[in-house]
Design a protein around this ligand. Structure first.
Ligand SMILES: NC(=O)CC[C@H](N)C(=O)O
Length: 356
């Protein structure tokens, strides 16, 4: 199959097409993980984005349902140096996602590092793609909405309440505000004996409090946190009434609910080896990350402190309220994919039940 990748700055890559035969638009981002293409493609946080991998070989260990982070692929498109094996190709076809291979993904990454993330278009076709088609695709990429102008969370949040039973003896109950949660976050809690009541992103504070949970967890999710107004308002109302924690988008929403601000990073952090320093203990964790927005350090109110920083660029990776049981992390303790250094944070979440 023929394929092109067109960036909004006019750069055109011609390669080989895989997966679905179609055209898609999105924000092009890079991920430096050396493994984990199934988890990455199915992570709802990538809704609205096209993912390119810096690792040159994708597909070589197949596809398994147990690795899915949601019910299917959520990224809009996939860009790889080399795609091997049939399973990844079939997987992309099953979820109607196009992929382009045989192009220099490291060149794309250097470009994004220099200029920042870009809007892009992938077209795959059984017919040759003409220069006129490419002109048209460039126009579409330039007219495509910026990620910050799209409401992505409602597209991936659960529509109904789901009860995830704890494994073994029940030790705690949490309400998970689902903004596009990854399966492995739920698994990390249920396997620690926590019942997880998964509710839609726009659930009201009163309804959440009725569950009489030990704590509230605000999940990861796609897009710009400032767009998720309903969840920010809910968290604002919950402050002081119940312990609150959050991961990634959830951390950004908690930042905003506490009165802080967020901003967009030039090219974000997406990969499996991001060094995070715990400022209390001095310990450094190697973490899994996938985010394009971050907490603005100097915007935090006096009663909120920075708990963790990223050692690559000193950006905020975790915050904590000084007087209330509220903390959140920008990185992914559940890994999925990535290192497990920070998994103990799920034990810390369960300990929140003793905080009241
Ligand atoms: N993994 C996430 O939750 C991503 C959060 C947010 N969409 C960002 O890009 O920063």
């Amino acid at each position: 199959m023929y394929a092109v990748l067109v960036l909004e700055d006019g750069t055109v890559f011609k390669g080989k097409g895989h997966g679905a035969e179609r055209e898609i638009l999105g924000e092009l981002v890079f991920n430096t993980s050396m493994t984990g293409y199934v988890e990455i493609l199915t992570d709802p946080s990538y809704k609205g984005q096209i993912v390119t991998m810096t690792y040159p070989l994708e597909g070589n260990y197949g596809v398994r349902k147990e690795w899915y982070e949601s019910d299917g692929i959520k990224a809009e498109g996939f860009v790889v140096r080399e795609l091997t094996g049939r399973e990844l190709d079939d997987f992309l076809k099953e979820y109607d996602i196009p992929c382009i291979s045989n192009i220099d993904t490291r060149f794309i990454t250097r470009k994004i590092r220099d200029k920042g993330v870009v809007r892009a278009c992938i077209k795959t076709s059984s017919e040759p793609i003409s220069d006129d088609d490419i002109e048209e695709l460039l126009k579409k990429a330039r007219e495509h909405k910026d990620l910050s102008e799209i409401d992505l969370v409602p597209m991936v949040s659960t529509k109904e309440v789901k009860i995830n039973e704890p494994i073994g003896e029940k030790k705690a109950r949490c309400v998970l505000i689902d903004c596009g949660v990854k399966n492995s976050i739920i698994k990390c809690l249920t396997e620690r004996g926590c019942e997880v009541i998964q509710v839609p992103y726009n659930t009201k504070a009163d309804e959440i409090l009725e569950y009489k949970a030990d704590f509230v967890l605000v999940s990861n999710g796609p897009g710009d946190p400032v767009r998720v107004k309903e969840t920010i308002n809910t968290v604002k109302e919950l402050i002081g009434q119940i312990p609150i924690t959050g991961i990634c988008l959830g951390h950004q929403i908690i930042t905003l609910a506490l009165g802080g601000e967020t901003y967009k990073l030039k090219f974000g952090h997406r990969g499996g080896n991001q060094p995070v320093k715990d400022l209390t203990t001095g310990r450094v964790y190697i973490t899994s990350q996938n985010h394009g927005f971050a907490t603005k350090e100097d915007s935090l109110p006096d009663d909120v402190e920075v708990m963790h920083i990223n050692l690559n660029d000193n950006t905020v990776e975790g915050i904590r309220h000084k007087n209330l049981p509220i903390w959140s992390v920008q990185y992914h303790p559940e890994a999925g994919p990535g290192p497990h250094d920070a998994k103990f944070l799920f034990d810390e979440m369960i300990k929140l039940k003793d905080a009241v």
